[in-house]
Structure formats: C-alpha cells, structure tokens
Design a protein around this ligand. Structure first.
Ligand code: JCF
Length: 670
C-alpha cells in the first residue's frame, strides 16, 4: 500500500503539472496543444487517484476548481496594500490635462511614456500567491477590506492555481479584473430564460452575482474569465516599468490583455483610445474605457497616491452606452417574410453620441418577459453598431398610468389577418401581396447582405416604391438616371452613381444574387455553398431535390425551400425578366476558364496587413475561388501573417500549414 501510495503521489504531481500546463495553453493563451478528450482523460485519471488517496489532494489540484459545499458567509480580508480606484477623464482634452498635471507634479519636462489598456467592465479582485501557490483571493470591497472569495476564484480556469517558473516570488499580490465574456453571458441568459430564471441585465452584473455566490459549485458553472493588470507592490517583482511588469505576469502564467499597448508619447495613448473605440463593438467582452498608466515604476512611486486614487493612472471613459428614457408607443413592423416585429418608439435620447428614438423589441414574448408597458421609463442600451434595445423598465418609477402593449390581430400594412405558426414566436402576415413585405424584400435585395447597391438604401427604396418606380426586383435594373434625377432629394450626380452601381451589380456573384433574393433559409452562407456547387443559375435551376441534398451543409428543410422557390412560376418569370435586363451573375469570368487559381485553398489571416484591409483580402481570396477560415484547424492550407501575427503562427507551424507573409500572399494572388 505504501509503495502504491508513493507511486500515486508521484503520478499526481505529474498530472497536476500537465493539467496546469494545458489549462494555461487553453484558457490563458488560447493555444491548446492537445485535444479536449485527451485533457479529459488526464483529468479523470487525476480524479480517480485522488478518490483513492484523498490525503494526497493538494490546494493546487485542478480538482479544486469544481467548487465545494456552500459557505455561511464570506470572511473579511484586509488588503496589505489598499486597492485603489481610478480617477476618470471623459475626453482626449482631459487626457492632455492629465499629462500636464504629471509634468507639473514632477517639475519635469522630460517626455513621459505610458501603458494604455482596455478598461474591463468587471470586478476588481486581488489574488495572493505564496511561493507560487494561490492561497487567497478577495474582492476589492471598500479598498482596505474585501471579502474572501478564494473558493469562487479557484473555479475560474484563467486563474492559475500555481504560478509557472522555477523561482516564483515569495509573495505576489496580483490585481486584476474578473469578467464574463459577451458570448458566455448571452448563452447563460438564454439558458436562464429557458429555465424560467430571472435574467442578468448585463455581463458585469452576471459576473458580480456569480462571484458572490456562497455556493462555489454554482460559480464553477458560470463562464467567468480574468485579466491581470498589476500588483499591490512593485517590489514583489523588481521591474523597472509597468510594461515589463505585465510581461512578467504573463510569464508567470497569468492572463494579460493582448490589447495592452506601450505608448512612448501621449499622442499614441490617444491613438490607442481611438483604436479601442473602433474595435470595442467586436470584442467578446465589455469595456467602458481605457486605463492609462505612467510606464516608469520609479515615476509612479514619485507621483504616489491621492486619497482613493493613484496620481500616476487615469481611466479615460468611453461615451456611455446606456441611458434612460420613456417608452412612448409600440409600432409593428412587417418584415420581408411577413413576420410582424414590435418596435419601441422612445422619447429621443443621446446614447454614446447618437440620438436613439427606436429600439427593437423582438417579439411578444420579449415584451411579456420584460414586463414593458407604454409610458414606462426604460433603460436603453446601444452596443457598438447593433440596433438599440430596451434592457428593462424602471418599475419603481411607475405612476399607475402605464398601459400594457396590445398585439395587433391584423397586418398594419395590408389588413390581412395575422397568424402564429406552431412553435414560432413571431406573428406573421401570410398575404403574399402585402405591400410592406414587398418593400422589405426590395430593401433586402439592394441592402448590405443582398446586392449591396450603393445609393439604394432603405430610404431610397421606400421612395422608389411609393412612386411606383420599383414594384418588383427587376424594376431596379430598368431604372434610368433621368428618372432618378427628377425625384425629390436626388441630384444628377447621385442618380448617375446609383445607376452605375446598379449596372455593376448585374455581374455580382451568384452567391450575392441568391442571398439578395431572400429565399427562405438561404442566407449568405448557404448561398455561397450553392454557388460553389452549381456555379451558374441555370444549373441551380435544373438541380433536383436529391442533388440539392448532396450539398454539404444543405438539409431537407433548406433544399425543399429552394425547390419551392424556383418551382414558383412567378419566380421563374421574374428570373427571366432579370436575364432580359442583363443580370448575369458571375459573368466577369468565363465559365470555361477552368478551375480558379485558389480552388481548394483555405486561407486564415492573422495580424495586420499593410496593403489590404481584412475585408479586401477576403474578397480577393473568394474571387479567386479560395475559402477564408476564421479559426485554425486542419482544413486550413495557408496561414497569412501580417504584422504582429499573434498566437496562431506557432500552432500553424505545429500543424505543418504553409505560412505566408504579406509578400508571399501577394505572389499567391498575382
Ligand atoms: O480594467 C480595469 N477595470 C482596470 C482597473 C485596469 C487597471 O489597470 C486598473 C484598474 C483599477 C486600478 N488599475 C488600477 C490601478
């Protein structure tokens, strides 16, 4: 038994190290080197050994991440060094004021360098590591005393239970932010809605609620994540700069935000602010600004702290993305498929520099779930360039005069009776001649996910429809510049541009045309599959149901919808008219030129390209018959590395994928 126990002890040590290493590759670096099943196998082996020898379970065992029995309450924890908050700046001008204050305080005119990073909208925590072992973690609390949430923090995979490297510092107090990613938040709320549980208003509340669970087994099920941004006392790591310090934290296995930038001058801080504002909507987590720190730790020490905030750092906030206003009415909009969508009409309010007066309400269930009433004061949010939405009513401010929202029984456009199909959330107008549906279809046809015809946006299409100049899709291709130029709000130039854009779209790809037609269940992805397989409209029209079903990614429902659509005599007539008007998808390339140069190639882009935008590069690859992947897998044939290629490069090398720099890419496409 003693020998077996000794063998188990040794094996457990190896397993903890391996599992720790792989968790770091996966959760911190986002660069796994083994398959999930292999990780699971190692993990099971560890659990089995620990079950057999419970006395061999250690504090840094990954088994400790699953949580334990609920606590009565959290214990208080004194922070050895106060956890400060940050002073705010609200504009670029205030950032310049910040630098002036620094220079005045330092009585120095030397140039200051900075580190700028996204300001995470999460919860500040402190993680204490003793000789590399995670021993305690706490909330910020009032800055001096927080709550001991060690067990909850241990469930977060991005937080190492043991630091990496041979000689960890005797004591390291890491400061960072726990947050919930937007995708994880959305999924969690969907599950809660399905289970009839109350929803969290935003990822920050969800993260806070999850961290303050007394039952850590519940915390373990929440998709929490962590970024480290500093330490309590720079002496613990003996670095000279903030930037170096963050690199050291990364080297110890802590997760550091890749959008941290070293900025040698304030102008670069401002450039990074603009950059973060731009990429904000595309991030998987919410940020509410940028944090700027003086890079030199010696200067940080000289600058010191004010009562609650350090003098050497500032948070430059982004324009708010939420505001409250009044719900004035609910309108009902008929979409191109006949689905009737409620739209909130709001008292106009500025959110993040844009005036918002409408918000989507999705469907009746959503109105019921949020318990919205006309006249309510509501919290409205705008995230990036998505349509604004109502987060919740502010029920405390109700006066009793608010009215429930009544759903219509008839189509607001054509008066046809509305129906609700089995298992569908939406009310639908099933009148094929409904004017609202026709207009929406036309708007879709010329819109971004359709033919993307510049100059024929929603407003223009509504006007052309009202003037009866465009009643059906082919009418678009019969438009004359003279006619357009004679309309209200059109100048000669805009009319000519629109007609030129229409002319160019005659030869748009088959995929674009298919996606623009608005065939049920055929979006951009399916349209691309159809083009890849059939190449021409003629061949697609001739395809049988069986043939459609052989296309990878097309199932029964989609195939049936395509057959129904093309089987409709009205559709066939419309397509004939389109042909007459010169619409010939993909005609710029003769069909008999043989295979395209990038046929079969799957390219993945990483890093920034100098001569192309990502979208341009993707467009070129697709034109040449290649595919573009968004993630690294064995299907990828070429990795194209721009500047700062990031983590994908190494993995691509491991997978034996052809690696090209920008020059190589240019050669490939030339
Ligand atoms: O991301 C944050 N919310 C964040 C907060 C980032 C930082 O670098 C911080 C912070 C609060 C205080 N730094 C300090 C000193």
């Amino acid at each position: 038994m003693a020998a077996e126990r000794e063998a188990a002890r040794k094996r457990l040590k190896v397993l903890r190290e391996e599992l720790g290493y792989h968790a770091h590759r996966y959760y911190v670096l986002d660069q796994p080197v083994i398959a999930d099943v292999e990780y699971d196998r190692l993990f099971r082996e560890l659990l089995e050994l620990e079950e057999k020898f419970p006395e061999l379970v250690t504090d840094d065992s990954p088994s400790q991440r699953v949580g334990g029995a609920p606590l009565e309450k959290f214990a208080g924890v004194q922070h050895r060094h106060a956890m400060l908050s940050l002073e705010n700046a609200f504009s670029e001008a205030e950032l310049r004021d910040f630098e002036e204050r620094l220079l005045r305080f330092l009585k120095d005119t030397a140039r200051l360098a900075y580190v700028a990073e996204p300001k995470m909208d999460g919860l500040a925590v402190e993680l204490v590591y003793e000789n590399g072992l995670f021993v305690r973690g706490s909330t910020r609390g009032d800055g001096r005393t927080g709550e001991d949430i060690t067990r909850n923090l241990k469930t977060i995979a991005a937080i190492p239970l043991r630091l990496q490297g041979e000689n960890p510092p005797a004591l390291l107090e890491v400061r960072g932010e726990v947050f919930m990613g937007s995708a994880g938040f959305k999924k969690m709320n969907e599950e809660r809605a399905a289970a009839g549980e109350p929803l969290f208003a935003n990822p920050r509340n969800a993260a806070a609620g999850s961290l303050r669970q007394l039952d850590s087994r519940l915390t373990a099920r929440r998709p929490l994540d962590f970024y480290a941004y500093g330490i309590s006392d720079p002496a613990q790591l003996a670095c000279a700069t903030q930037h170096e310090l963050l690199a050291r934290l990364g080297g110890l296995g802590l997760k550091v935000n890749p959008l941290v930038r070293f900025c040698p001058v304030l102008d670069e801080v401002i450039a990074h602010y603009r950059y973060l504002l731009e990429v904000r909507a595309g991030l998987d987590y919410e940020i509410d600004g940028m944090v700027v720190k003086v890079n030199s730790l010696a200067l940080q020490a000289r600058l010191g702290n004010k009562a609650r905030t350090p003098r050497w750092a500032i948070a430059c906030k982004f324009p708010a993305s939420q505001a409250t206003t009044r719900l004035l009415a609910v309108d009902f909009q008929v979409g191109r498929t006949g689905a009737v969508t409620p739209v909130a009409i709001l008292a106009p309010v500025a959110i993040g520099g844009v005036t918002v007066s409408r918000a989507t309400l999705h469907n009746e269930e959503e109105i019921k779930r949020k318990d919205l009433r006309i006249g309510d004061r509501v919290l409205v949010q705008r995230a990036g360039d998505v349509i604004p939405e109502i987060v919740q009513p502010i029920a405390d401010l109700r006066t009793g005069g608010e009215k429930p929202v009544a759903m219509p029984s008839h189509c607001p456009s054509c008066g046809h009776t509305l129906v609700r199909e089995e298992g569908e959330a939406a009310l639908r107008c099933v009148n094929a001649h409904c004017p609202a549906q026709r207009l929406r279809s036309l708007m879709h046809f010329t819109g971004k996910t359709g033919m993307d015809i510049e100059g024929l946006g929603k407003k223009a299409m509504a006007q052309l429809f009202a003037e009866k100049l465009v009643e059906d899709i082919p009418d678009i291709f019969a438009l004359q510049a003279e006619t357009l130029a004679g309309l209200d709000g059109w100048a000669r130039k805009s009319a000519e541009n629109a007609v030129a854009a229409i002319a160019a779209s005659r030869n748009a790809s088959l995929a674009r045309l298919l996606s623009a037609l608005g065939i049920r269940h055929v979006g951009e992805v399916t349209a691309a599959l159809l083009e890849e397989r059939f190449q021409t409209m003629e061949r697609l029209l001739a395809a049988s149901l069986e043939e459609l079903l052989t296309v990878e990614g097309i199932g029964e429902q989609v195939a049936a919808s395509i057959r129904d659509y093309f089987g409709d005599p009205a559709v066939q007539q419309m397509l004939a008219r389109l042909r007459q008007l010169g619409v010939a998808p993909g005609k710029t390339r003769a069909a008999d030129q043989g295979p395209l140069p990038l046929q079969g190639a799957v390219l993945l882009f990483t890093g920034t390209l100098v001569s192309f935008s990502r979208d341009e590069a993707k467009e070129i690859v697709k034109k040449l018959g290649g595919q573009v992947s968004s993630s690294l897998s064995r299907k990828v044939t070429h990795l194209v590395c721009g500047d700062k290629p990031g983590s994908k490069l190494q993995k691509a090398e491991e997978l034996g994928i052809t690696i090209l720099d920008e020059k190589g890419f240019q050669q490939l496409i030339s």
